[in-house]
Write a protein that binds this ligand. Structure first.
Ligand SMILES: Cc1cc2nc3c(=O)[nH]c(=O)nc-3n(C[C@H](O)[C@H](O)[C@H](O)COP(=O)(O)OP(=O)(O)OC[C@H]3O[C@@H](n4cnc5c(N)ncnc54)[C@H](O)[C@@H]3O)c2cc1C
Length: 307
């Protein structure tokens, strides 16, 4: 049974900005799944998954926000915020990180709308928008808001580093082209210090700049919901912010029968997450010899090395 806290599947993809091109990287990595996944528009991916899940007659319980897990392998009790419960033998946790975005850490007087996601860039018109972050999410938001001059937005993307090293090349190329065409502005090696009176004060390489803004969209990454996972009994690799749940090569946590996959296990791409979910179920079903999907790729890569 799949339990999901919202009223739809795949909430993270559901919340991508409308029309987003979903990438299916790494291209060389095979997909292990009964449900197809290929690069394409957000809407296309969601429709395909929805149809496939319906065809499989999968048992799904929506509105089931897991807040407590007690018991042990073969007799776990999973409890939701509304008091509903499910008993099960094993659990695969694939909670994602999106419920726990990294927040802006600078003073904010509330004069600018601060958000951590963007649903539909076409709904934002004639606004001054500052987008914070250097990853794909920030770039896609900035381009969605700035690339059509008829929307009338003035968009500035601000990031701490000198280059957009974490983002996909296609996105970085698109961003640079948009900046050359004066559709948006880029500030690198820069960091906001404060929001006050409708102004974002940004300190950069060339000194301080006051950028007027109606809205600030912060795409600063996210972290596993550590408190919740620890309340289930899951141990982490350390105390640092970037620490991950401790898992075995078969994605099993320190609690026998409780598996951790996907973004909360530290894997940032959909294809990895799908493959891990598939593998975890195979391991639970006793297929313990199943090798990781990338094993043949790694073997080929290291073939020429001396043993
Ligand atoms: C803006 C953005 C753009 C991205 N673009 C791409 C891309 O193009 N290609 C790519 O490969 N990756 C992309 N990613 C990364 C990708 O979306 C994630 O790595 C992936 O969705 C993680 O999958 P997951 O199954 O681990 O968790 P998620 O997809 O986050 O799913 C977690 C699910 O668990 C539910 N849930 C959470 N807590 C509970 C609870 N307590 N009880 C019940 N249900 C709960 C959530 O509602 C959600 O439906 C992007 C991420 C973002 C934020």
């Amino acid at each position: 049974m799949l339990v999901e806290k919202t009223d739809h599947l795949s909430d993270t993809i559901f919340k991508y900005q409308k029309g987003k091109h979903v990438m299916a990287t790494p291209e060389v990595l095979p997909l292990r799944s009964d449900i197809a996944f290929a690069a394409g528009k957000r809407e296309m991916v969601l429709d395909a998954w929805g149809e496939a899940v319906e065809k499989m007659s999968a048992q799904v319980r929506f509105g089931f926000d897991v807040t407590e897990i007690t018991g042990q392998k073969d007799d776990f009790l999973v409890t939701a915020a509304n008091g509903d419960t499910v008993r099960c033998r094993n659990i695969v946790l694939a909670l994602g990180n999106q419920g726990n975005p990294n927040l802006i850490g600078f003073p904010d007087d509330g004069s600018v709308i601060v958000e951590y996601q963007l649903d539909d860039p076409l709904e934002i018109l004639d606004e001054k928008v500052v987008v914070l972050g250097g990853g794909d999410a920030a770039i896609e938001n900035a381009m969605g808001l700035g690339q059509d001059p008829d929307q009338g937005n003035e968009v500035t993307i601000v990031q701490r580093r000198a280059v957009f090293a974490r983002a996909k090349k296609a996105n970085v190329d698109g961003l640079m082209a948009a900046a050359s065409n004066e559709l948006l502005s880029i500030m690198t090696e820069a960091a906001p210090q404060e929001i006050k009176g409708g102004i974002v004060r940004i300190e950069g390489r060339d000194g301080e700049l006051n950028v007027p803004a109606d809205r600030l969209i912060a795409r600063l990454g996210s972290a596993p919901p550590r408190k919740l996972l620890e309340s289930f009994g899951i141990e982490f690799t350390g105390n640092e912010k970037e620490a991950l749940p401790k898992i075995s090569a078969r994605f099993e946590s320190n609690i026998t029968g409780m598996y951790v996959v996907g973004a909360i296990a530290g894997y940032p791409l959909i294809k990895n997450c799908i493959n891990q979910g598939f593998d975890a179920i195979e391991y639970i079903n006793g297929n313990l010899d199943l090798a990781s999907v990338d094993e043949p790729l790694l073997a080929a890569k290291f073939e020429s090395l001396p043993v």
